[in-house]
Write a protein that binds this ligand. Structure first.
Ligand SMILES: NC(=O)C1=CN([C@@H]2O[C@H](COP(=O)(O)OP(=O)(O)OC[C@H]3O[C@@H](n4cnc5c(N)ncnc54)[C@H](O)[C@@H]3O)[C@@H](O)[C@H]2O)[C@H](O)CC1
Ligand SMILES: [K+]
Length: 478
C-alpha cells in the first residue's frame, strides 16, 4: 500500500534517478490499454473521458494503444487548460494523428453516447474537494450508463487514501492503479489491478528530493506549529548541545531550548542568542534533575537526548529514569543510546547511533550495506523504535520499512556533524512521522555536508552544515 503523499515523493525520486514522469505516463497508458483488452472485445466502442491533469494524460496514451477498438476521446476542458506539459504532448499527438476527439467546454456539451466501455480518467490523486463541472455531470452519466467503467488510478472523485468521496463520484467496476495498491481502494468493492509502471524500487528505498515535498508549509501556520524542541545534554562537552539546538532551528523548528549543567548553559547561550537555555545544578546530569526535566519536556514537541552528555553512571541512570516516565517523542543520540535496550518506555524513540554505538546497544553491523539494512531492520523491530544508523549509506528503519540515505561525504567524519543530525531529526520529528523525520534528516544533513564540501572539501566543520541546512531542506521541485 502507498499513500498519495508517499507516491508523490516516489515519483520525484524516480525522476531524479533518471526515469522521467513522461516515461511513467507511457507505462501507465499502456497498462490502461491492457486492462481495456481484458474487459472489452476488439471492435467494441470505448469512450475515454480525460481530465486536464496527468490522470487524463494516462488515458490519452492508452488511446494510442487501442487501435483495434472504436475509441472516442472526450477531453473535459479546452486543450489550452491541460495543466501539465506531458499530458498536453500526448493530446497534441492525438490531434496530429486525427484521432476521434471531442472537447467538452461545459456540462451541456457532454454526450457520452452508448459505449461498451468507459475509461474514467477525469481525476486521479490530484483531486481536491467535490467534483466540479463538467466532471460531476460526466460521473453521473457513467453511473447511469450500462457500460463497464474502468477507472484510471482511482475512481474520479474518490480520495485514494480514504476511499471517501466529498460528493458525487464515479462508481467503477474496475480500477487500474499504478505502482502499488492505494489504501482507499479496498473499501470500494470493485476489482483492482495494480500495474507496474517501471518506477525503480530504488525510488522508494533511497531517500531523494521527493522526500522533501512533505515539508511544504501551510501559509496559515502560527508560531509553534513547526516545533518546540528541547535538547538535553552537555556536561563534559559544551558545543554538542549548542550544535543540536541550532540545527533544530535551521531545520525549521520555531523554538529550540537547551537544558544542561549551569556552566554549560553560559557557554551555550554565548554560542547563540536564538536559543532558550536553562541550566541545572552540578556539572553533569543526575537522577535528581529528572522530575524538573520531565515537567519542562511535557510542553515540548520533541526531546533530543544525549548531545555532549558524557557517560557518567549518574547521567546514564538519569536518562533511564527520564525515558521510563516520558511518553512523548525523543531523539536519542551519543552516550544516551546505550540505555535504550534496558528501558521500558511509552515514548516514541528515534535512535541515531553510528555503527560503534549500534554495537554498544547490542545491534549488529556489516560492511555490506544490504546486509546491514536487514540487520538494522531486525534490531529496530526488536527494540520497537526507529533506528537511524549512520554510515556512508545511512540505514533508517522502524522495523517494518527500510530507507537508505546516500547523501554525505567523507569530510563529515569531523566532530559535531552527528549533533547537527540529531537536532535536525528533532525538528523534523515535530512535523513528520518518525521514520520520515529520520530519513529526511539524514538526507538533508548529508546534502548540507555535500554543499559544504563543494566549498571546503575535507576541511568542512559542523557549523558549515548548520548554515546549509535550510537550502538542503528546500525542494527544487516546487
Ligand atoms: N507516479 C505516478 O503515480 C504517476 C501517476 N500518473 C497519473 O497522474 C495522476 C495525478 O495527476 P495530477 O496531474 O497530479 O492530478 P489529476 O490528474 O488527478 O488532477 C489534476 C487536475 O484536476 C483538477 N481538479 C482538481 N480537483 C478537482 C475537482 N474537484 N473537480 C474538477 N477538477 C479538479 C485540477 O485543477 C487539475 O487540472 C495519477 O492519479 C496518475 O493517474 C502519471 O501519469 C504517471 C506517474
Ligand atoms: K480516475
Amino acid at each position: 500500500m502507498i499513500t498519495s503523499r508517499r507516491m508523490a515523493a516516489v515519483d520525484v525520486n524516480a525522476e531524479s534517478l533518471g526515469v522521467p514522469r513522461k516515461q511513467l505516463m507511457e507505462s501507465s497508458g499502456n497498462a490502461v490499454a491492457r486492462v481495456c483488452r481484458d474487459l472489452a472485445d476488439p471492435g467494441s466502442s470505448v469512450a475515454i473521458v480525460a481530465g486536464r491533469g496527468n490522470n487524463g494524460g494516462d488515458a490519452l496514451v492508452a488511446a494510442r494503444f487501442l487501435k483495434e477498438y472504436d475509441v472516442t476521446v472526450h477531453l473535459l476542458g479546452r486543450p489550452e487548460t491541460i495543466s501539465t506539459d506531458i499530458a498536453r504532448e500526448n493530446w497534441d499527438a492525438l490531434v496530429a494523428s486525427e484521432a476521434d476527439l471531442r472537447t467538452v467546454s461545459d456540462s451541456s456539451t457532454f454526450d457520452l453516447g452508448d459505449p461498451d466501455l468507459v475509461v474514467d480518467a477525469m481525476l486521479g490523486t490530484g483531486v481536491t474537494g467535490a467534483l466540479r463541472e463538467p466532471e460531476a455531470t460526466a460521473a453521473k452519466a457513467f453511473n447511469d450508463s450500462s457500460a463497464t467503467v474502468l477507472a484510471v488510478d482511482v475512481p474520479s472523485g474518490v480520495d485514494a487514501d480514504t476511499g471517501e468521496a466529498a460528493g458525487v463520484a464515479v462508481d467503477a467496476d474496475h480500477v487500474v492503479t499504478f505502482h502499488d495498491d492505494k489504501p482507499g481502494l479496498g473499501s470500494l468493492g470493485c476489482d483492482v489491478t495494480v500495474a507496474d509502471i517501471g518506477i525503480p524500487a530504488a525510488a522508494e528505498l533511497f531517500t531523494g528530493p521527493g522526500d522533501l515535498l512533505s515539508l511544504r508549509r501551510d501559509p496559515q501556520s502560527h508560531k509553534g506549529d513547526h516545533g518546540d524542541v528541547l535538547v538535553i545534554g552537555g556536561g563534559p562537552y559544551t558545543g554538542a548541545p549548542a550544535l543540536a539546538a541550532q540545527a533544530a532551528l535551521r531545520a525549521g523548528s520555531d523554538l529550540a531550548r537547551v537544558a544542561c549543567p549551569g556552566h554549560v548553559a553560559r557557554e551555550v547561550q554565548g554560542y547563540s542568542e536564538n536559543l532558550i537555555v536553562r541550566g541545572f545544578e552540578g556539572d553533569h546530569l543526575e537522577p535528581d534533575h529528572v522530575p524538573a526535566l520531565l515537567d519542562f519536556a511535557a510542553d515540548r514537541d520533541v526531546v533530543v537526548f544525549g548531545p555532549g552528555l558524557g557517560d557518567a553512571d549518574e547521567s546514564l541512570a538519569a536518562v533511564r529514569e527520564f525515558l521510563d516516565a516520558y511518553d512523548g517523542t525523543a531523539v536519542v543520540d551519543a552516550d544516551a543510546l546505550q540505555v535504550v535496550p534496558d528501558v521500558d518506555t511509552e515514548a516514541t524513540l528515534i535512535c541515531t547511533p553510528h555503527q560503534g554505538e549500534l554495537q554498544k546497544m547490542g545491534g549488529e553491523t556489516d560492511a555490506d550495506w544490504e546486509t546491514r539494512a536487514d540487520l538494522v531492520q531486525e534490531f529496530a523491530a526488536d527494540l520497537g523504535h526507529v533506528l537511524l544508523v549512520k554510515g556512508a549509506y545511512d540505514v533508517v528503519s522502524d522495523g517494518d520499512e527500510v530507507r537508505i540515505n546516500r547523501t554525505g561525504n567523507p569530510g563529515m567524519t569531523v566532530g559535531g556533524t552527528g549533533d547537527v543530525l540529531a537536532g535536525a531529526t528533532g525538528a523534523l520529528a515535530s512535523v513528520l512521522p518518525p521514520l520520515d523525520a529520520a530519513a529526511v534528516a539524514a538526507y538533508a544533513n548529508g546534502r548540507a555536508g555535500d554543499f559544504a564540501a563543494d566549498e571546503f572539501d575535507g576541511g568542512l566543520v559542523a557549523t558549515d552544515l548548520l548554515e546549509r541546512l535550510p537550502a538542503a531542506l528546500r525542494s527544487d521541485d516546487e
